[in-house]
Design a protein around this ligand. Structure first.
Ligand SMILES: NC(=O)c1ccc[n+]([C@@H]2O[C@H](COP(=O)([O-])OP(=O)(O)OC[C@H]3O[C@@H](n4cnc5c(N)ncnc54)[C@H](OP(=O)(O)O)[C@@H]3O)[C@@H](O)[C@H]2O)c1
Length: 280
């Protein structure tokens, strides 16, 4: 039976690969990305695959709380039930920058958007028979940390530091979401490993050329990475929460999944949202 799948970050890389794969299989895909050009390219590819009528491209800046709320409203107005939410939106920023709502960009895009979409679409997910959230980030990596006393990285910003904080925050999000929902929606935290997404232009100059070169020899292709992820959408794991690092199951006893830290981050996130969110 065909599924309804929402993909946040569907216009490039792994998200785009999953979008096209699912469209070819007959699913309906709500694809979110910030670039109109990339959205048009996805649309053209969907049409070529004879699936243009099953693609709903929604242009939105997921680093904005208000824009995430708009995406949630768009999806829930059209689909009372959705089968899967795939979270792949991310972008590196060499310099610290703030969103219109005054949040550090990587925190807002890589972590907070996933928090908002998961909870915002919870009802629609719970209305489907076997719902799953696929959070593609860095499960299994233990480097980096959530900077409890400087979540917005105001005192010490670094691109890698921000990315690693986002990854660790997503690990904790999986744990707290599952605890909060009691496992009504299966949650999979997935690390794809080094993958050639075809665009490293957002990295600072010398690094982007190096990573592009490295990707040619050492990275996995989108075609290699997508099938196991797509398989998880077809057959979600039986357990409420699963962590997978390049195909290997990661034990949830890893310190990066600490339940007390997960509750602490969820609490801080709710406090942050209470002060920054525009009432809907
Ligand atoms: N590639 C790797 O080597 C690797 C390794 C480990 C983990 N991961 C994780 O896997 C996930 C997918 O990675 P990827 O390499 O496939 O990423 P990617 O090719 O860079 O794609 C990122 C997606 O996010 C969207 N996006 C970026 N900024 C956005 C914004 N402000 N609002 C809405 N959408 C936005 C992009 O679309 P627009 O340009 O249209 O906005 C694009 O569709 C990420 O979470 C990444 O951290 C990747």
């Amino acid at each position: 039976m065909s599924k309804i799948i929402v993909i946040a970050g569907a216009t490039n890389g792994i998200g785009r690969g999953i979008a096209l794969d699912r469209l070819r299989r007959g699913d309906v895909v709500v694809a979110v990305g910030s670039s109109a050009e990339r959205g048009a390219r996805l649309r053209a590819d969907a049409e070529q695959a004879g699936a243009g009528d099953r693609l709903d491209f929604l242009r939105a800046d997921l680093s904005s709380i208000a824009e995430n709320d708009r995406v949630i409203d768009h999806v829930t107005a059209r689909h009372p039930a959705i089968d899967a939410l795939v979270l792949t939106a991310n972008r590196q920023s060499a310099e610290r920058r703030e969103t219109a709502e005054g949040l550090e960009f990587t925190f807002a895009l890589y972590y907070l958007s996933r928090y908002l979409l998961g909870y915002g679409l919870r009802g629609a997910l719970e209305a489907s028979p076997s719902p799953v959230i696929l959070n593609v980030a860095g499960a299994g990596i233990t480097a980096g940390a959530v900077m409890w006393d400087d979540l917005q990285l105001e005192r010490r910003y670094g691109m890698l530091r921000a990315q690693l904080q986002g990854g660790r925050a997503n690990d904790l999000l999986g744990v707290s979401f599952t605890e909060e929902t009691g496992g009504t929606v299966r949650y999979v935290m997935y690390h794809p490993g080094f993958t050639d997404n075809g665009d490293f232009s957002h990295l600072p100059r010398p690094l982007s050329a190096l990573v592009k070169l490295l990707a040619r020899f050492a990275a996995r292709s989108i075609d290699q990475v997508v099938p196991p992820l797509s398989g998880l959408l077809d057959t979600p794991p039986l357990q409420p929460l699963t962590a997978v690092d390049r195909g290997r199951t990661v034990p949830l006893t890893l310190r990066t999944f600490d339940p007390a830290d997960a509750r602490r981050l969820a609490r801080l996130t709710e406090e942050l949202l209470a002060s920054r969110r525009t009432p809907r």
